[in-house]
Design a protein around this ligand. Structure first.
Ligand SMILES: [Fe+2]
Length: 297
């Protein structure tokens, strides 16, 4: 069975490549590691490819990549996917750090790219911006989050970490509480992309940076209920939501089946559960602004 181990990078189309590259460099703090006519490749300060931007008419998340074990055989994975009725394509990749990629589409039309044994990419000169540790997760608005969760569980080996009612699901593929989320909405689209900061002090510094650059914090800082991360949200020039977060729950022992104990947990132990949507979920912080809520609609 295919088991995703880690999210690799997210690919976005954008009508203004220069403007979006500038945001990911100067605000988010990613390194521009390569650029050709219509594409830009950006990596974390730790040397992992995190975001690929491609010039196009629309602004959407077109592809998501996941790392699989170096022991996985690509031909075998292709057979497994075909058995599940998924058309896949294997290619020798031209993206920095990725030698080989197996791709197929998920039910909402996003191309999923599987890779193994990535190379760390050259960081180049120092960047400004928040400089996150890594790409953490992506959230999508979809009409049927349960069907999406089942697909990610069956095809990519994800596990369910939490539900909020029956409309918002958080899925993990490693110790991190979530790597993909799906929230119910009439239209399919990306809801937000999230980058992990080193710790709460780093997140605090990123708020100062957003303030200096006159980028509005649409929501936060707040400590969430599901995942218990502290988080802020701002928008990039393509009006896509970007989350900065720290202190996300981790399940280091899947056999125990609960998240590592933290003083802010109300459940002891904190196991995956269904959160009551009628109750206040966040541990502290302001409730989401109307601008944030409007994103999910
Ligand atoms: Fe998030």
């Amino acid at each position: 069975m295919i088991k995703a181990k880690r999210i690799g990078h997210a690919t976005f189309s954008t009508p203004d490549l220069d403007r979006l590259v500038e945001h990911y460099q100067e605000v988010v703090g990613l390194h521009l590691v390569a650029r050709d006519g219509n594409s830009a490749y950006l990596a974390s300060n730790a040397g992992q490819l995190a975001v690929v931007l491609e010039a196009s008419d629309g602004a959407e998340c077109t592809r998501l990549s996941f790392e699989v074990s170096p022991r996985m055989d690509f031909a075998e994975m292709a057979r497994d996917l075909s058995t599940l009725g998924l058309k896949c394509e294997q290619r020798t990749d031209d993206r920095p750090g990725l030698a080989r990629v197996l791709s197929f589409k998920d039910p909402k039309g996003t191309t999923i790219e599987l890779f193994s044994e990535p190379l760390f990419v050259s960081k180049g000169k120092a960047v400004g911006g928040a400089t996150p540790l890594k790409l953490g997760h992506l959230a999508f608005a979809v009409p049927n989050p349960r069907a999406m969760a089942e697909f990610y569980e069956q095809v990519l080996g994800f596990r369910t970490s939490d539900w909020i009612g029956d409309f918002f699901v958080f899925l993990r593929c490693n110790v991190d509480h979530h790597t993909v989320n799906f929230i119910r909405a009439p239209q399919t689209r990306m809801h937000h992309i999230a980058f992990e900061m080193r710790d709460a002090a780093h997140l605090h510094n990123s708020c100062d940076l957003l303030g200096q650059k006159r980028v509005e914090i649409v929501w936060g800082p707040v400590r969430h209920g599901p995942g218990h991360n502290v988080a802020t949200y701002h928008r990039n020039p393509d009006n896509q939501m970007i989350e900065f977060f720290a202190e996300l729950d981790r399940m280091t022992d899947e056999e125990n089946g609960f998240f590592d104990p933290r003083p802010w947990h109300r459940d002891l132990p904190q196991r995956p559960k269904v959160w009551d949507p009628t109750q206040q979920r966040d541990m502290w912080g302001m409730r989401p602004s109307q601008a944030f809520l409007d994103f999910a609609r």
